[in-house]
Write a protein that binds this ligand. Structure first.
Ligand SMILES: NC(=O)c1ccc[n+]([C@@H]2O[C@H](COP(=O)([O-])OP(=O)(O)OC[C@H]3O[C@@H](n4cnc5c(N)ncnc54)[C@H](O)[C@@H]3O)[C@@H](O)[C@H]2O)c1
Length: 375
């Protein structure tokens, strides 16, 4: 018999970001978080107590739970595909944190496995489903900046060793600024321009070791295994080019810079790591002297504001009602393919073609209602 009522959810991985998910999912009546699991059962137990979740245990306890329909995979990137694959094998739909995997093959295999099992895979980020990006998309679709031609994005700061209590994974293969933060910016660019055709990039590592700055292990030094500064350019299949900086090496913080230039104007888009923000456009005047302040027009921000977890809710509803999640596995895979291609462009010093394609990502309807029970 088809299930009704809230979708049963189990978490695998109860580290830092699980807190945010648990706070936010509690506001969605269509979601019922049943059990939390982690390699570290004590961490799962503590997190469960903090959020009033009655059951906790290992990853297997989550996978074997008969009431869990969707697994939320909040483990570290190196095991995202492995954990997600086990969830699919256990008959569960999966929402996974980004990136979907750290190599193309396991990401691809996961999607094939899910397709064959008739199960859904959704991949973070879901920030791009927020009113900021969605309003920008609507403005571009209306022609507010004419034909989009190019974009530039900047994300630079000193790095997550400053705040994360266990930051080693963020400086290991499958992370660094490119794989850790790049998914936000590349997902935004793919939403705006469509599939990436090719990339070129250079990268560097500012410091060979880092020292943890926060938490119980502050003072611990560890090795950096990836480039901590990446400059990448991309060409899109349907036209348009972009240039991006992803850096954990900059004392000067610049976050969330996304500018899209079209034939009629340049649009500033909110930080793709956030759900909303200001969208504004400046248009070419008849003559603009260098140094003149640009004139800005604000774009109205519309759509529903719901923090991290919105994509997971959309996947859970799709699991019950049919259809595909907006933040789909295919989108997550194309972003991964692009990240890996950028990595290859750095190490092999060449332009790398991106072979996967993703259908145009559907937009969120303006009346989407996360806080109302629908199931
Ligand atoms: N921390 C953030 O601000 C943030 C923001 C957005 C997204 N994310 C993403 O969320 C994911 C988790 O990040 P985090 O900061 O919470 O990491 P974390 O290190 O704090 O937590 C990861 C948890 O996963 C558990 N784990 C690892 N392998 C496991 C396995 N095989 N089975 C079961 N449990 C396992 C660990 O024991 C740990 O408790 C990452 O992909 C990260 O990119 C983090």
């Amino acid at each position: 018999m088809a299930r009704t009522g809230p979708v049963g959810v189990g978490f695998i991985g109860t580290g830092m970001i699980s807190n945010t998910y648990l706070e936010n999912l509690a506001r969605f009546p269509d979601i019922d978080v049943i059990i939390l699991g982690d390699l570290n059962v004590e961490a799962a137990k503590a997190r469960a107590a903090q959020h009033g979740i009655r059951q906790w245990g290992t990853a297997d306890d989550v996978l074997n739970h008969p009431d869990v329909e969707v697994v939320v995979n909040l483990t570290i990137p190196a095991v995202h595909a492995e954990v997600a694959s086990k969830a699919i094998a256990a008959g569960k739909h999966v929402w996974t944190e980004k990136p979907i995997s750290i190599d193309r093959q396991s990401g691809h295999d996961l999607l094939v496995q899910a397709e064959q099992a008739g199960l859904l895979v959704g991949v973070a980020p879901d920030t791009v489903l927020g009113p900021g990006m969605q309003s920008a998309r609507r403005a571009i679709a209306r022609g507010d900046i004419g034909e989009p031609l190019s974009a530039q994005t900047v994300m630079q700061y000193i790095g997550p060793d400053i705040f994360h209590p266990n930051p080693e994974f963020l400086f290991s293969r499958g992370a660094g600024p490119l794989f850790d933060i790049g998914p936000y910016y590349l997902t935004a660019l793919v939403q705006l321009f469509g599939s990436v055709a090719s990339v070129a990039a250079v990268g560097s590592t500012g410091r060979a070791t880092r020292t943890i700055q926060a938490g119980d292990r502050a003072g611990t030094t560890f090795e950096v295994q990836v480039p901590t500064h990446v400059s990448a350019v991309a060409r899109f299949v349907d036209g348009g080019v972009s240039q991006s900086v992803f850096s954990f090496d900059s004392p000067l913080t610049r976050m969330g810079y996304v500018e899209v230039t079209g034939t009629e104007g340049t649009m500033i888009i909110p930080d793709p790591n956030m759900f909303t923000g200001e969208v504004k456009i400046t248009r070419a005047p008849a003559f603009s002297a260098i140094g003149d302040d640009p004139q800005w027009e604000s774009v109205p921000i519309t759509g529903v504001y719901a923090e991290r977890g919105l994509g997971m809710l959309d996947l859970a509803r799709a699991a019950r009602t049919g259809g595909k999640p907006l933040a789909s596995g295919e989108l997550g895979f194309h972003v991964l393919d692009t990240l890996v291609a950028i990595d290859e462009a750095i190490t092999e010093e060449r332009v790398v073609a991106v072979r996967s394609r993703v259908d145009r990502v559907p937009s969120v309807t303006e009346d989407y209602a996360p806080f109302i029970a629908t199931l």
